[in-house]
Design a protein around this ligand. Structure first.
Ligand code: 13P
Length: 255
């Protein structure tokens, strides 16, 4: 049985005042549950404050990125050990916005994944195709390349301490979500790809969907067999929306 995870990726949003208000609403409404784990991933500068505010709540904290290096002359980067020390449990790696803007390739993302696990963090590995890939029938090839790079570098057993997020790039921040068929197909593809190497690891692996998830479409997505929760962008900045999504995950039938 897989416990769902709903993680809020705040991206480059927030302020001290806005974060406090959002977190007090979330921590008042979200209780520990056997059905769903909840995390928020704020911008790095806010992490200590967010960790402090969420102490003794059911909401965990994650970073949005980490360095592939342990320490040293890497201006502007943040080590996985530092995220762990400050109180993070998770870190997002390979988000499509970083693959595009920072030109992170799959080999680099794989090194970040390994660095995160070495520090005791659970990496949330993002994979997903661009619109032109989907239109050219390359969705599975793109996702396979992104996934295989990490499977090859870290080994399939590492995926028992990791989460995968399928985020079709064309669905991020656009209001478009993958249709249930498209999402189900991609998630099954990811689970099968991992199962080719280790079926037990694949069965236990949480695969989140991300891309314009809102309170009103979450239940439909989370009901699909291989979807184990969501990585939420825009809707994670609004307390009612995020709580609605968490409730949809908690209410889904256990898989
Ligand atoms: P939106 O929910 O805003 O589409 O963002 C999804 C995402 O990129 C989460 O990482």
């Amino acid at each position: 049985m897989r416990k769902a995870l709903v993680a809020g990726n705040w991206k480059m949003n927030g302020s001290l005042a806005a974060n406090r208000e959002l977190l007090s609403a979330l921590s008042g409404a979200i209780r520990g549950s056997d059905a769903v784990a909840v995390a928020v991933c704020p911008p790095a500068v806010y992490l200590p404050e967010v960790v402090a505010q969420l102490q003794a709540t059911a909401i965990a904290v994650g970073g949005q990125d980490c360095s592939d290096e342990k320490a040293g002359a890497f201006t502007g980067e943040i080590a996985a050990d530092m995220l762990r020390e400050i109180g993070c449990q998770y870190v997002i790696v390979g988000h499509s916005e970083r693959r595009a803007r920072q030109r992170e390739d799959s080999a680099w993302v794989a090194r970040k994944f390994i660095a995160a696990q070495s520090a005791g963090l659970v990496p949330i590995l993002c994979v997903g195709e661009q619109l032109e890939d989907r239109e050219a029938g390359r969705t599975e090839a793109v996702v396979a390349e992104q996934l295989d790079a990490v499977l090859d570098a870290a080994g399939v057993d590492a995926f028992d301490r990791a989460v995968v997020a399928y985020e079709p790039v064309w669905a991020i921040g656009t209001g478009l979500t993958a249709s249930p068929e498209q999402a189900a197909e991609a998630h099954a593809f990811i689970r099968n790809r991992v199962a080719e190497r280790n079926s037990q690891v694949a069965e236990a692996l949480r695969i989140l969907y991300g891309g314009s998830v809102k309170a009103d479409n979450a239940a439909g997505l989370f009901a699909l067999p291989d979807i184990d929760g969501g990585l939420i962008g825009g809707a994670s900045l609004d307390a009612d929306s995020f709580i609605g999504i968490v409730n949809a995950a908690a209410a889904r039938v256990h898989k």
